[in-house]
Design a protein around this ligand. Structure first.
Ligand code: AMP
Ligand code: ZN
Length: 113
């Protein structure tokens, strides 16, 4: 989608620090890390948010979830991690392209703010 920053990252129209990529998903470092490891995992397909997911996306999102473990392993998050999705206004979503934050390498507090 034009004007979507994460679509631009997926198409390499703007640079990012890529951790993992295949034909369906891409994972790159967050510009403003909130933990020693903070990456974003996104489907290359433009889906605005978790609230915009359609039945046809079932396989893609299932696929993305199966890759979390591999990405966490590559980032040496053997002690654990957190996967976060911010959805919509109350969820404080700022980029309107579905993404999952993968955070680790520090003890994460609960509940989030
Ligand atoms: P959210 O608030 O859940 O929508 O998260 C958006 C995240 O994208 C924030 O953590 C930003 O720091 C991050 N972000 C925004 N632009 C970029 C970019 N060009 N490259 C990497 N991360 C970005
Ligand atoms: Zn997009």
């Amino acid at each position: 989608m034009a004007d979507c920053i994460f679509c631009m990252i997926a198409k390499k129209e703007i640079p990012s620090n890529i951790v993992y990529e295949d034909d369906r998903i891409i994972c790159f470092h967050d510009l403003e890390p909130q933990a020693p490891v903070h990456v974003l995992i996104i489907p290359k397909k433009h889906i605005a948010s978790l609230d915009e997911v359609e039945e046809d996306d079932e396989e893609l999102l299932g696929y993305l979830m199966t890759k979390v473990k591999k990405i966490a392993e590559d980032l040496e998050l053997e002690n654990g991690y957190r996967l976060v999705n911010n959805c919509g206004e109350d969820g404080m979503q700022t980029v309107k392209h579905l993404h999952f934050h993968l955070l680790g390498k520090r003890k994460l507090t609960w509940p989030p703010g």
